[in-house]
Each structure stands twice: as C-alpha cells, then as structure tokens.
Design a protein around this ligand. Structure first.
Ligand SMILES: [Zn+2]
Length: 495
C-alpha cells in the first residue's frame, strides 16, 4: 500500500488523442494514474485534448490552456504524460511549460524523463522550439512585407462592410476583403448622412432605430460612427504599418497609404472630406441625437425659442357608461422651454411631413438643390495639396542646410498650413452632399420620405422652412390636420 506524502508533488495528468494512432486517451489515463499511484503522489486534475476533433487550434478552449491556467493559479506543480509527443503536438508548446515561461516539473513515463532529476531532454526540446519560433517570426516578417506590396490588408477582423475571405476561398488575385452588401450599405449611409450635415449621434441613433448593428453586434454610437468616417480601408487605401494593438485611424496620413487590393465602398474624396471635417472637431463633439422630427428645430411662435420634446400624459375623465376612468397614457409632445405651451407632437409631425412631401413632389424640386455655382475640380485641389506638402518638406531641408532661419521657417510653415486647411475645406465643400440631391431620381416622394432616416428628414425640414408652433388654449386638444394647420405657422426658406 502506498503512503501519501504531504510534501508529495501535486500532479496534473495530461492526455491527448492524436489523429494517427490507436492508443486512446483511456489507456494513457490508466497508465498515468498507475504511475502516480506507484510513486505515492496524488492527482489534482486530469486534462485531455482530442486532436481528431474539428478544432485543432491550441486555443483558449483547449484542456492544455485550462491546465496552464490552473498551474498559474497554484493548483499543481507536476505534469505527467505517457510520451513527450503528448506534450508537443506542436514543438513550440513545450515553451509553455519550461523556463523561462513556467517551471513545471515534467514526468514522462515511457522515456523515463523527470525534469527534477535530469532535464537534458526537455532542454533540447526547448532549444529546438525556440529556434522554430525564431525562424517562423523571420518568415512572417518577410511575408508581411510581400503582402503589403501586393496591397493585402493585415489578417484579422475587417471593418464593418467587409468580410474576411479565408485563403481557400480567395480568387487568383488573393483578395482578402469581400464586400458585405447590407453592411456596406450602412457604411455608405454613414458617409452620405454625415456629408449632408447630420450629427454623429443622430446617424448612430437612426442606424440603431433601423435595427442595424455594428460588426460586433452592438449598438452604434458616435465613436463607432466616427471611426467609420475616419477609416481609409473603406476607400481601399492600405495604411502604413502601425504597432500592433495601437491602430489609430486619426494618426494615419492618407498620403502615406498605398492602394489596397480590394473593392472600395466609398470614394477617396468622400473620405478626404469626412476626415477633413472631423479632424478639426473635438472627438467628443458628436451633436445631439433627436428622437422626433421637430425637437430643437421648430420654434415657439411666442418667444422664438427652439421647442423641446416632452412626454405628455393623458388625464381621462370618468366614462359616462361603465364607470371608472380609462388608464392614463403617455404621448409624444413638444413644449416651449419658457412654458408657452405643451402640445401633442404626433399631429404636428404628421402635418409638417405632409407639407414637406407635397412641396418635394412638385416639379421644380430640382430648383431646390443648392446650386454649385462654380464646379470644383477635386483633382486640381489634390495636386495643389501635394505641392504644398512638398514645400513643407523642403523647408525642413533648408533649415537643416542653414539656408533658412528657424523664424523664417516658422512663418512659412504657418502660411502653408493655412493654405492646406483652405484646400481641405474646398474639397469638403466639393463632395458635400446636398440633402435634396437624391430627390431628383425619386418617383414616389411619400414612400421615400417614410423610409428616409430621421436625420435626413430633419435636414430637409430645416432646409425648407421655419416651423413656428403656437400655443393653444389650455386643455384644448389639437387632433386633426385642419386644426394643426391653423396652429402651426410655416415660413418657407427657399421660395
Ligand atoms: Zn415660448
């Protein structure tokens, strides 16, 4: 009978089923248990991986990685296996368990290895593994350079709008990003709305309300919308390599990007315009997301303050028949911040929507599109910008060669950056979308209006008119469009 020594090693048994062998896990476990018993040690845990199953990765879900965690938690100090091949499915696995990473005592039954007495074998394995890692790293670095030259993105989750194409499914060009139709539409919409003037928060809210979510299946927010608007990958531009884990899209210089080998979702000019606009704006300034058509947009007819949305509550009187009052109900309302009124919002929204639809259905709707008096040539602007950047470069070399003083250089640099800003503004203007533009090709304005985002409808209301809401007598309820027409005044902007 064996005695259990209190200072005896606490042992974890590790067993693994390989693809090409008959001896199963059961046999390995039995052999290990018998050996532990013979030595008078005791088993803390048994771990087993099955490499014949579909997942062959040494991922966080394997028994191997669970065992390492349990060691790190101090639950055992010795691993026992039947053969070294059980530990090293891939040679580099041995690095997980031996110094410098961890110092786990390893006992291998058939090869008579015990690292506490003689770790020569394991040391050889560790040296071989380290060499393999080094070669792999060098190979990966060479491969990364080649991949960049071919315009391929870094492996990993692509941004919203693209799917990653696994190597076996790639075309002859080796394309890695494939456009996902529905997600790409979200991206186009984000650029369209932003360049038409919608606030980030409103764009996010409208996407969420439409049941659209981000790639990680969470609700959109100003930050994620902003990230889309800054991302060069959408214009099929490959940014220069950045330290891993530090991808910062604002730090990317678009001119340092190289052409990517995948299809763009948006135009480079759109990207230039949205970045130009966002880079001048504080990251936390995302505007206000509205829930209703007219909040912050319509004004009080008495004091001209923008109205706010409020939640009204009905106070039903007792019914004549049946007794008891109907339950009170909350409704969408607009109120003057100075207390001039609080009115049911639904009927006003409906009234204003009808007026907008009627106006936009008229034949002269294209006259409403803001005229582009002098068409701007984005190509010319781009070369002007390149030239300015070249001048900035030469100033540095003038200073270095003593041909220019620091003061002169400073003055020139300020001039150049003012000019650069001016050009960026012009580019932004050139590709800015007019909220009316797409109406030119719409047949059914009413259904277009109903499917348009709230941001878009608010932009149109704002472009068309000033809405003034009048107070109505206390307790008077406006429930018909006719009554709404007499209590809401409209002032056209463009007619
Ligand atoms: Zn007022």
């Amino acid at each position: 009978m064996s005695h259990t020594n209190l200072r005896a090693p606490r042992v974890a048994i590790y067993a693994r089923q390989s693809v090409d062998e008959d001896q199963g896990i059961v046999q390995q476990l039995e052999d290990c248990r018998a050996e532990v018993h013979r030595r008078g040690w005791h088993v803390v845990a048994e771990h087993q991986d099955n490499d014949t199953s579909a997942s062959k990765e040494r991922g966080p879900k394997t028994a191997w990685s669970a065992m390492l965690k349990s060691f790190d938690a101090g639950e055992f100090d010795t691993i026992i296996v039947t053969e070294t091949s059980r530990i090293t499915r891939s040679l580099i696995d041995v690095l997980d368990i031996r110094p410098p990473r961890r110092d786990i005592r390893v006992v291998v039954i058939r090869e008579g290895i015990d690292t506490e007495r003689d770790d020569f074998m394991l040391k050889q394995l560790v040296l071989l593994a380290e060499r393999e890692v080094r070669i792999k790293t060098e190979r990966a670095a060479r491969y990364a350079v080649g991949r960049r030259l071919a315009g391929h993105p870094t492996p990993g989750m692509p941004p919203h709008g693209y799917n990653w194409v696994p190597s076996i499914e790639r075309d002859s060009a080796g394309t890695r990003y494939r456009i996902d139709a529905a997600d790409a539409e979200d991206v186009r919409r984000i650029f369209r709305e932003f360049l038409a003037g919608a606030p980030l928060a409103q764009i996010a809210r409208d996407l969420n309300d439409a049941g659209r979510f981000t790639r990680r299946n969470v609700r959109w927010g100003s930050t994620t919308v902003r990230r889309v608007l800054m991302n060069p990958l959408y214009a099929a531009l490959l940014p220069p390599a950045q330290p891993t884990g530090e991808f910062d899209s604002t730090a990317i210089d678009l001119n340092a990007c190289t052409p990517g080998a995948w299809d763009p979702i948006i135009l480079r000019d759109q990207l230039v315009a949205s970045r130009g606009r966002l880079l001048g704006v504080r990251a936390n300034h995302s505007g206000t997301a509205r829930k209703w058509l007219l909040s912050g947009l319509a004004v009080c007819a008495v004091c001209s303050h923008p109205v706010r949305s409020a939640s009204g509550e009905t106070h039903p009187t007792a019914r004549k028949v049946g007794g008891g009052a109907a339950p009170s109900r909350r409704y969408h309302a607009y109120r003057c911040p100075n207390g001039h009124f609080m009115r049911n919002g639904d009927i006003i929204d409906q009234y204003i929507s009808n007026i907008c639809i009627a106006r936009l259905s008229q034949e002269d709707v294209m006259d409403l599109v803001a005229p582009r008096s002098d068409p701007i040539d984005v190509g010319v602007l781009n070369s002007a910008r390149e030239a300015l950047k070249g001048r900035r470069q030469s100033i540095a070399s003038f200073v270095a060669r003593g041909l220019m003083t620091d003061l002169e250089a400073d003055q020139s640099l300020v001039e150049i950056s003012t000019e650069l800003q001016g050009i960026s503004d012009q580019i932004a203007l050139a590709v800015r979308e007019d909220p009316f533009a797409e109406l030119a090709v719409v047949d059914d304005v009413e259904s277009w209006w109903k499917s348009a985002t709230l941001a878009r409808r608010r932009l149109l209301v704002d472009a068309l008119m000033v809405v003034r809401i009048r107070p109505v007598g206390h307790g008077r309820r406006v429930t018909t469009l006719e009554a709404a027409a007499t209590t809401v005044a409209i002032e056209w902007r463009r007619d």
